[in-house]
Design a protein around this ligand. Structure first.
Ligand SMILES: [Mn+2]
Length: 330
C-alpha cells in the first residue's frame, strides 16, 4: 500500500469544512487523548486554512496524560472559567469528534446542536445526530480519521499535530496492543505521523512517567484487596471513598487492569469505585465474554472487551449484589 493512502474522506465533509468560516470543535465529556488529540489537530489544521476555531470540552481533565492540554479548551458552563481560551467567537458550524450522540457532550450540548453539524467518530453506539458524517466503527481511533481528514483538506500535517494525533492513536490502541488483524490502518497512520515528527519513544516516556507515589500505593491497596471468583477466572476489587481521601484522586486504572488481566486463568476483571452518589463499575475481559452486555445489566454500556456502568447504591449494599451476578457469568 502506498504510504499516502489513508482513509477516504467523504467529499461532503471536505465541502462542509471549506464552506464555513468558523467552527466549534466539541468532544465527549470525560475526555481521553484520542478525543482531545482529534480536537487539537483538527482545530490547528482549520486555523491554518484561515478559519476561526473554538475548542470545547466539558471535562473533567482527570487522566494523567491529558492534563497538559486542559488550557486549550473552553469549559462547559459547569466548569470553572479558565484563562487561555476565549469565548468571544460565535461559531457558524460545529464538529463533534469521538462520539456520536448528544448525551456524551455533557453540559455544552445545547449550545452546539443548533449549529450545522459534522460528526467525526469511530464508535458504533449512540443515536445518530443530524449532519455530515465521517463515522467508521472499524477504525480503532478517532485520530486516524483526523489524520486522513487533514490530508484530505490538502494540508501536510505539522509536527505538533502529528504529536497530538500519535498520542491519541496510541492511547486508544494500547500502543497497538489492542489491535485486531486487519486494523493495519493504525500502522499506516502511525507511519505517516512518525514521518511528520511524532516520536514513539517520546510518547511512551510521556505516558509512562510522572505518576505520583500515592497512585502506586493505591494500586498496591487495590491489588491486595482483589477477590477471586469462579475459581479465579473473575477478579473483583474496589476503591472506597476512604482510599481516595488517603491517597488523593488518581485515574490510573489501566495500570491496575494490566496487572490483574495478566493473572493466569483470568477472563474478567471488575473494578468498583465508591462515588458520592453511588458506585462506578468498570468491566474488562481477556476473552470473548461480553462486557458490554454485563454492563448493560447494570444500566451501563460499552464494548465487548471494556465497559462501564454507574449504580446509585452504596458500596456495601452493591458489592454483595455484584458478586452474586458475577457468579452467573457463563
Ligand atoms: Mn476514541
Amino acid at each position: 500500500m502506498p504510504q499516502d493512502t489513508l482513509l477516504e474522506v467523504p467529499k461532503e465533509l471536505i465541502d462542509f469544512l471549506l464552506r464555513h468560516s468558523s467552527f466549534v470543535i466539541a468532544g465527549h465529556k470525560e475526555p481521553d487523548a484520542d478525543c482531545l488529540g482529534t480536537q487539537l489537530a483538527l482545530g490547528s489544521a482549520l486555523r491554518r486554512l484561515g478559519k476561526e476555531v473554538l475548542l470545547v470540552n466539558a471535562g473533567p481533565f482527570e487522566r494523567h496524560e491529558i492534563t497538559p492540554f486542559e488550557h486549550y479548551f473552553l469549559p462547559g458552563p459547569e466548569s470553572p472559567p479558565r484563562a487561555t481560551a476565549s469565548s468571544d467567537l460565535v461559531p457558524e458550524a460545529a464538529i463533534i469528534v469521538d462520539c456520536s450522540s448528544a448525551d456524551r457532550l455533557g453540559s455544552m450540548a445545547e449550545q452546539i446542536l443548533n449549529l450545522p453539524l459534522a460528526v467525526v467518530d469511530h464508535h458504533a453506539s449512540g443515536e445518530r445526530l443530524q449532519g455530515v458524517h465521517f463515522i467508521l466503527p472499524e477504525v480503532p481511533a478517532a485520530t486516524i480519521l483526523a489524520t486522513a481528514l487533514i490530508q484530505g483538506l490538502g494540508l501536510e500535517i505539522t509536527r505538533e499535530e502529528a504529536e497530538w494525533l500519535f498520542l491519541g492513536l496510541v492511547t486508544d490502541t494500547g500502543f497497538f496492543r489492542f489491535l485486531a488483524p486487519h486494523q493495519h490502518i493504525a500502522f499506516t497512520t502511525a507511519a505517516k505521523l512518525a514521518q511528520r515528527g511524532a516520536s514513539p519513544q517520546g510518547t511512551d516516556r510521556f505516558l509512562s512517567s510522572g505518576r505520583s507515589w500515592e497512585s502506586r500505593q493505591l494500586i498496591a491497596r487495590l491489588l491486595q484487596r482483589s477477590e477471586r471468583l469462579l475459581e479465579g477466572s473473575v477478579l473483583l476489587t474496589y476503591q472506597t471513598a476512604g482510599d481516595e481521601k488517603e491517597f488523593g484522586r488518581h485515574r490510573d486504572s489501566d495500570a491496575l487492569y494490566r496487572l490483574l488481566l495478566a493473572v493466569e486463568g483470568v477472563r474478567v476483571v471488575v473494578l468498583v469505585k465508591e462515588k458520592p452518589k453511588g458506585c462506578a463499575i468498570s468491566f474488562r475481559a481477556t476473552d470473548s465474554t461480553d462486557m458490554g452486555a454485563l454492563a448493560a445489566s447494570f444500566g451501563g454500556g460499552g464494548h465487548q472487551k471494556a465497559s462501564g456502568a454507574f449504580v446509585a447504591e452504596p458500596l456495601n449494599q452493591f458489592l454483595p449484589r455484584l458478586r452474586q451476578s458475577l457468579l452467573g457469568i457463563a
